[in-house]
Design a protein. Sequence first.
Length: 422
Amino acid sequence: MKNIYIGDVGVAVQYMQLALDRAGYPVEIDGKFGQSTCQMLRRFLQSEEGCYVDRTIWNKLLPYLKGYTTHLIAQDDTLWDIANRYHTQESVIMAANPSLDVTKLQTGTSIYVPFSFSLVDERVPYTSVLVEYIIEGLRVRYPFLIVGCIGRSVMGKEMCYLQFGEGRTQVCYNACFHANEWITTPVLLKFAEEYAQSYAAGGTLYGENSKMLYQEYSLYLVPMVNPDGADLVNGMIRNEDYLEQASAIAADYPEIPYPDGWKANIDGIDLNLQFPARWEQAKQIKFEQGYTSPAPRDYVGEAPLSAIESINMYHFTTSHDFKLILAYHTQGNVIYWKYLDYEPQDSRRIAEYFGQVSGYLVEETPYASGYAGYKDWFIQDYNRPGYTIEVGIGQNPLSMEQFAQIYEDNQYILVGGMTQLR
């Protein structure tokens, strides 16, 4: 995380404010490093020094972004003492430390202590940095989660996935193929957190028994396919060479707002126009629209599977046996379910169910967007149900003020992506 100073504005400031707020120092999460934030930071640090956040101070704030700290067990400590000290619950500590014998706490043993707040916040933009922290926090809180990496982005950022369950039926949901559609990322992360909480507590998830879901299905979530692009849109890239490259690409397409209109990866390739499903047709359409070189959006690349992020998704998919995929995008409150004349078994029925539980329209993909997408390729090559879910209404990037409604609309789609395969 970069150093920030009083007077700075931006997403990094919002993350600092979020950490302060979670630590018990309430501050408006407005992305402006003003005097009120400065005062709360000083109280947090118990210092009257100048208002800035460097690496040392970030290290003190990070537990409140990752959602946990560590505790070295002292003589005479009890689990109740530890939970009370960190304002959390004994059950949460036990879930994070499954091998811990609470009747015989060993002095000098280091344990994880998760805090009581939810990891997935509904007030801040999502970048690769925050996704990394949340995934680490989920892994610590819920050791039964499997965390992996499908590859790296152009800039070397990990493209992580979460795996729930041990069932034979595999499904995969992904989000943020497009940079300025990063609001889809917390949709998957919030679902992951709710699923994990429910499973750990032996509860239900939107009417479904979580332990049964865990036994019947293996759910894979890829919450941020385009980390570099999301970071660019949110002002979180520090590498001057890549910033210069993106600025030059944007200058060739001045009609597209920069950086808000950026959908592509950092090299200016639209990752959802990269799959071998009539890619040549997509190229013809987009070239006719004027996207003939690297662009903030709609450039198909020099060939299918020439962008590393799309290659990673392709190989991740071919190495599994997914029975259904959901690809989350914005916007329009609409579900696209077909590719050409392909109609996999149950795909129409499941699409209609998704529309019923979400209130979204169920439509066939428009011609101008109907080729070379991840969903298109999956349906073509596997003849199994695949869906593009377009959430929200307005201009990208959508405000997090829409998030609560978006998530409410999609709760039963996210569960139904598994259960509708029964």
